[in-house]
Design a protein around this ligand. Structure first.
Ligand code: ADP
Ligand code: ASP
Ligand code: MG
Length: 416
């Protein structure tokens, strides 16, 4: 991404997610908060998601008229959700006497490539945003969407408003980007699954990327990558109260550096594909993953098992939304003799421990596996790196698995 490199200190970007703007009352509450804050900063930019579950509802609507809704028309449809929320906040602010302007991505120059449904931001032309700030207006920007050089509307992928928030903050040289959401910050696990999860006052960019990419959801992985690449601090905090949440920034002198495990994450929205009897020849794995990349399908975990009698097995895990597309590729690979068959399994989940020096610290992986064993949860696939140990398990066990592994690394504090 290329953006303005000018430093505009005093500008804050605040991004609010779907739950935070779910009702007119919540939008009014955000307007009240913005009205109070506006005099204290040089410029305020608010990035919004669509209201509540409205993007899900648009997806469901598309499925009523199309078997595989995707591509350009799908993005034109999905992008409408954010236009509703930004215009409502604009009206709510103006009603309170606060000068404000709501802008779509096309109106404020958020340029993306043309990978519909998973577009990447290439640049943000900040001229309009900065002119509006200069004129004393609060700028409200649609999250999740962009525009191509051909003027087509794109979307960045589900949960993509976080990416818009951070990208806008980078482009205008904001002091920080606040991700305002429905939890208190980044915790040691999803507090909706583990009520005893603990809040981190700060975590490193690296840990945030790993937590996000292993399913923590509270921050989009691409947003976490952007904040690290451009060294822009993020404050993940609650939309519903003013207490400090979690600061994500460079890792110098950070309390959590001592910790080995920072969190336990899980992801149920995945599917596992196993290609069986893959001939043991150079180039076949390359072909499989080139085909997936050709369709912009991100693969989360890959395992190739040792072959016997000249044939092996390739297993990979991908986001569930891409499973249907990948299933079409499986048919092509079968016809091309790359695999005898391919099994698509939707009833799987991934559970990960995330932290530092995981693979090189003896016993950490064993503790995770033992916690799962005590619950009699079978591990299907394992992958590990210095920052993550991930296990694929049956989807139905995921909540129990997260609680058990969390209790192992963050034992409940004794009641006083
Ligand atoms: P928004 O609509 O504000 O973008 P999301 O639903 O995308 O919010 O992300 C917030 C959710 O992330 C929380 O409600 C929580 O269930 C989930 N979550 C998962 N893991 C974590 C974690 N480690 N810390 C905080 N929240 C988490
Ligand atoms: N509204 C979009 C979605 O539901 C983007 C977002 O919420 O971040 O995926
Ligand atoms: Mg989100």
């Amino acid at each position: 991404m290329t953006g303005s490199s000018t430093v505009h200190s005093g500008i804050i970007v605040k991004k609010y997610g779907g739950t935070s703007v779910a009702t007119p009352e919540r939008i009014s509450a955000i307007a009240e908060g913005v009205a109070q804050q506006v005099g204290g900063v040089r410029g305020l930019i608010v990035v919004l998601s669509a209201m509540g579950k409205s993007t899900d509802e648009l997806v469901a609507l598309a499925h009523q008229v199309s078997r595989r809704p995707a591509g350009r028309e799908m993005d034109l449809l999905l992008a409408t959700g954010e236009q509703v929320s930004v215009s409502l906040l604009g009206l709510a602010l103006q009603d309170r006497g606060v000068a404000a302007v709501s802008l779509t991505a096309a109106q404020c120059g958020i340029r993306t490539d043309s990978a519909f449904n998973v577009a990447r931001i290439q640049s943000i032309d900040t001229e309009r945003i900065l002119a509006e700030l200069e004129a004393g207006r609060v700028v409200i920007v649609t999250g999740f969407q962009g525009v191509t050089t051909d003027h087509d509307i794109t979307t960045l992928g589900r949960g993509g408003s976080d990416i818009t928030g951070v990208a806008v903050a980078v482009a205008v040289g904001a002091d920080a980007c606040e991700i305002c959401t429905d939890v208190d910050g980044v915790l040691t696990a999803d507090p909706n699954l583990v009520p005893a999860a603990r809040l981190w006052p700060e975590i490193s960019y690296e840990a945030a990327i790993e937590m996000a990419s292993s399913g923590a959801k509270v921050l989009h992985p691409r947003a976490a990558e952007l904040c690290m690449a451009y060294d822009i601090p993020i404050h993940v905090r609650s939309s519903f109260h003013a207490r400090e949440g979690t600061w994500i920034r460079g890792s110098d002198d950070m309390v959590m550096e001592q910790a080995e495990v920072v969190g336990v994450s899980s992801d149920r929205k995945i599917a596992k594909i196993t290609l069986r009897e893959v001939p043991d020849e150079p180039g076949l794995a390359a072909r499989v993953f080139q085909d997936l990349a050709g369709e912009d399908i991100c693969v989360r975990l890959i395992i190739q098992s040792a072959s016997s009698e000249g044939r092996g097995r390739i297993t990979f895990v991908l986001d569930e939304e891409f499973a249907e597309q990948a299933a079409h590729l499986v048919e092509q690979w079968k016809s091309a003799g790359i695999a005898s068959d391919g099994i698509v399994d939707h009833d799987v989940a991934k559970i990960s421990i995330v932290g530092s020096r995981l693979a090189s610290t003896p016993g950490l992986a064993a503790r995770m596996f033992s916690a799962l064993a005590r619950e009699e949860i079978n591990i299907d696939c394992i992958s590990s790196s210095e920052m993550k140990v991930a296990c694929v398990i049956a989807g139905e066990h995921v909540e129990r698995a997260v609680r058990a592994v969390h209790d192992e690394f963050f034992p409940p504090e004794p009641a006083r």
